[in-house]
Unconditional design. Structure first.
Length: 422
C-alpha cells in the first residue's frame, strides 16, 4: 500500500495549485463578507496589496450589489457552481467589469465561499464594438485572448463559418489554412459527441428568438487533449433571411478544473479524502429514495474505532490522524465501487451498501472488521473497530435509519467491542 500524503502537505499543495499557480484571479470569502484568502492576481486586479485586500469586505469593492444583497448571496452559496456578472471599484477609483464563479464549501470547520474572478472589461468592450461595426473585426481580433468568429445559417439550412480570427488556430490546434472556406463538419467534428446536441439546441433557440447565444462545451485538441471552450455570440437577421452570429471563443479549461477542485473540497473530508458528513447525508437520502422507488434492498454500516481516545492521548493527534486515514483506505480497498464511504464525525464512519440485504451486509462488516484488526499500524501495532449493521425498512427515512444503525453500533460497544451487531 502506498504511504498516505501528509494532510498539511496536501493542503499546502492544493492551495498553491488553486491560488498562486492559477491563471485566474481568486478570492475566498467568509460568510460575513470578509476576506479569508486571495491570490496576487486578484489583488492586482483591484490595485491593492494582498495585505490591503485581507482587511476589506466584498462590499468595499463590489458596486453592482448592495451590502444587503451581498450578505444574502454569501449566506445562500452552496456547493453548486453559480455564475454572475458584476462590477468592481479599484483602489484608484476606476471601475472594471468582472465575471464571478462561486462555490460554497465547509473548510476547516468554517463556511467559506470560493470565487474565481475574470476581468471582463475588455471583452464587454469588444462585444459592443462588434455589434456596432463589422469593419473593426480584423483589428479587434488581434487583441482578443481567444478567437472571434462568424457563423451563418442560410434560409435553405446551409451552414458556414464566414470568418474565423487567427486565434482559432491555436484554440483548436488547427492549421490556419484549415479555417479557409466553409467546412462546418470539419470544425464541428472537434466537439465531443455528447456535447453536440446541447450546442445545436441552443443554436436553434437563438436563431428562433434572436437571443444571445452562450454555451460551454468540450473539444478534442489536435494534440489529443480535451479542452473546455466557452462561446458567446449575438445573432442578427440579414435581408435574405439568413441568421449570422458574431461571437467569441475562449479557452476556459483552467477555470473548469479549478471549479472542480473547489467542488471536491466542498464534498470531501479534508483528512481522509472520503465523503464528508454533509455529502454522505445527501447521498444517503438519494439512495433511500431510489431503493423505495424500485423496491431494492439497501444496507447501512456504521463503525467506530475502539479506544481511539487512548491513541490520541498516548501517541498524539498526528498518529491519530494517520490511523484514521489508514483505516479509511483499508475500508475503501474492501468495498465495491457503488458503495458509499463517509466520515460521520471523529472516529465514526458510515458505509452505504446499495442493492444489499442484511445478511450480505453483515458479511461485509465482518470482512471490514477483520481487515482493520489484522493491520499493523506504526507505533501502536493493532487497533480494532466495532460495527453496527441495519437494512432499510419499507418507507423508512434517513433519520430513522441512522438512529437504528447508531443503536446497533452502541450494542457492539456494550457487548465487548471488536464485533458486528445487527
Amino acid at each position: 500500500m502506498k504511504p498516505l500524503t501528509d494532510h498539511a502537505t496536501t493542503e499546502t499543495i492544493l492551495w498553491t495549485v488553486l491560488f498562486e499557480q492559477s491563471g485566474d484571479a481568486m478570492v475566498v470569502l467568509r460568510r460575513d463578507g470578509s476576506v479569508y484568502r486571495a491570490n496576487q492576481r486578484y489583488a492586482d486586479m483591484l490595485g491593492y496589496t494582498l495585505e490591503e485586500v485581507g482587511s476589506l469586505h466584498v462590499w468595499d469593492w463590489d458596486i453592482r450589489f448592495s451590502e444587503q444583497e451581498l450578505r444574502k448571496m454569501l449566506l445562500s452559496a452552496d456547493n453548486s457552481s453559480a455564475h454572475f456578472d458584476t462590477r468592481h471599484r479599484r483602489k484608484d477609483g476606476t471601475i472594471t467589469d468582472a465575471e464571478v464563479s462561486t462555490n460554497g464549501a465547509l473548510y476547516n470547520g468554517e463556511n467559506l465561499v470560493f470565487c474565481i474572478v475574470r476581468d471582463t472589461t475588455v471583452r464587454k468592450s469588444f462585444e459592443e464594438r462588434l455589434r456596432q461595426s463589422k469593419e473593426l473585426l480584423e483589428r479587434i481580433a488581434s487583441q482578443v485572448p481567444g478567437a472571434l468568429y462568424q457563423y451563418r445559417i442560410a434560409p435553405d439550412g446551409m451552414r458556414s463559418f464566414p470568418y474565423f480570427s487567427e486565434g482559432f488556430a491555436a484554440l483548436g490546434g488547427l492549421a490556419q489554412e484549415e479555417l479557409s472556406g466553409t467546412d462546418v463538419d470539419h470544425i464541428a467534428s472537434r466537439v465531443l459527441p455528447e456535447d453536440a446536441p446541447e450546442i445545436e439546441r441552443k443554436t436553434e433557440e437563438s436563431a428562433r428568438t434572436l437571443s444571445h447565444f452562450h454555451a460551454e462545451f468540450r473539444i478534442r485538441h489536435i494534440d489529443g487533449s480535451i479542452r473546455w471552450i466557452e462561446s458567446r455570440a449575438t445573432p442578427e437577421k440579414e435581408p435574405d433571411g439568413s441568421i449570422i452570429w458574431t461571437g467569441i471563443l475562449l479557452d476556459i479549461t483552467q477555470r473548469i478544473h479549478a471549479e472542480e477542485q473547489v467542488r471536491i473540497m466542498a464534498i470531501t473530508d479534508g483528512l481522509t479524502g472520503i465523503n464528508n458528513r454533509q455529502e454522505f447525508d445527501r447521498l444517503l437520502e438519494h439512495e433511500i429514495e431510489r431503493a423505495n422507488r424500485y423496491q431494492t434492498p439497501l444496507a447501512l454500516l456504521m463503525y467506530d474505532l475502539d479506544h481511539f481516545k487512548q491513541v490520541n492521548d498516548r501517541y498524539g493527534h498526528n498518529t491519530g490522524d494517520t490511523v484514521l486515514k489508514t483505516v479509511a483506505s483499508l475500508v475503501n480497498n474492501n468495498i465495491r465501487g457503488i458503495d458509499v464511504h463517509g466520515r460521520w464525525g471523529g472516529e465514526e464512519f458510515m458505509v452505504l451498501l446499495p442493492q444489499t440485504g442484511l445478511n450480505t451486509a453483515k458479511d461485509v462488516a465482518e470482512k471490514l472488521r477483520q481487515a482493520i484488526a489484522s493491520h499493523q499500524f506504526n507505533k501502536l501495532g493493532s487497533i480494532t473497530a466495532s460495527f453496527g449493521v441495519v437494512e432499510l425498512a419499507p418507507h423508512e427515512n434517513v433519520k430513522s435509519l441512522a438512529q437504528r444503525v447508531d443503536e446497533a453500533l452502541y450494542r457492539a460497544k456494550e457487548r465487548g467491542r471488536n464485533r458486528v451487531e445487527v
